[in-house]
Design a protein around this ligand. Structure first.
Ligand SMILES: Nc1ncnc2c1ncn2[C@@H]1O[C@H](COP(=O)(O)OP(=O)(O)O)[C@@H](O)[C@H]1O
Ligand SMILES: [Mg+2]
Length: 242
């Protein structure tokens, strides 16, 4: 067991001419197993880029990312990705596919082409159904995701992220655009994964009150740098607008 499940050291990603600086500009952060961290910052601060870099979707210019003590590089990336589930900003579901098929897409990364050429195995389908049931979506399994509400879609995306049994869940604005009840359901789902399964969660949020309600720790980004890393209480006083 390593001290940290995630460790970024002086992480710097590509230079963006429009910003006149690298998008992530020397990020240092360490996250322990079982933490629930909220990532805050204005639009364009680099929150999505930081989450995407943790699953190897952003080229690293300088510095290192370690997941469970393993340094990310092209050789280690596949194994690292198995440990991390990701909820992309906007959901990233395939609208024409049913809920269950979207969930099954979450295991494409760990199955070979041969294993999925004739469709997913029965075991995978049962697991996908079980996850949808856990999300309160048994009835919707065969519906096209385009027909589901925003909150239901977000819970399909959570089921998809969970199908590989990740140890870490990254959620990019999981409740943006949802109404109050749907937001609560999604946040409570994340809270349950955290408290009952000990999952490490990093979630981008914009609401300081919700951040303080669910997360213990906040990391605030500004212009690709960490400007605050600490407890969630009292955030309102420090940052009037994030
Ligand atoms: N692939 C890219 N190429 C160039 N610039 C990018 C790219 N991705 C993001 N950016 C820029 O990097 C900055 C940070 O983006 P992002 O990580 O999406 O911020 P946030 O999620 O905090 O709103 C923004 O100014 C954005 O325009
Ligand atoms: Mg973003």
């Amino acid at each position: 067991m390593h001290d940290y499940v995630i460790e970024c050291q002086n992480l710097e990603t590509a230079y963006a001419a429009s910003l006149n600086r690298p998008i992530l500009n020397g990020i240092n952060c360490q996250i322990k197993q079982g933490e629930f961290v909220v990532l805050l910052g204005l639009n364009g601060a680099g929150k999505s880029t930081l989450l995407r870099s943790l699953v190897g979707l952003v080229p690293i210019e300088r510095g290192t990312i370690q997941i469970n003590g393993v340094t990310m590089n092209p050789r280690t990336l596949t194994a690292i990705r198995r440990d991390i589930g990701m909820l992309f900003q906007g959901g990233g579901l395939i609208r024409q596919l049913s809920a269950i098929d979207n969930v099954l897409c979450g295991c494409l990364g760990v199955r070979t082409t041969w294993q999925t050429l004739w469709g997913f195995g029965k075991r995978d389908r049962l697991l996908a159904l079980k996850l949808l049931e856990q999300m309160g979506l048994s009835e919707q399994a065969d519906q096209k995701t385009a027909q589901l509400s925003g909150g239901q879609q977000q819970r399909v995306a959570i089921a998809r992220a969970l199908i590989q049994s990740p140890q870490i869940l990254l959620a990019d604005e999981p409740i943006t655009g949802l109404d109050v009840i749907a937001s609560q359901q999604v946040m409570q789902t994340l809270a349950k994964l955290h408290s009952q399964q000990g999952m490490t969660i990093i979630s981008v949020l914009h609401d300081l009150r919700i951040a303080a309600e669910y997360a213990q720790r906040a990391i605030v980004l500004e212009a690709g740098r960490v400007v605050y890393d600490g407890p969630c209480n009292n955030l309102q006083a420090q940052f009037s607008q994030v």
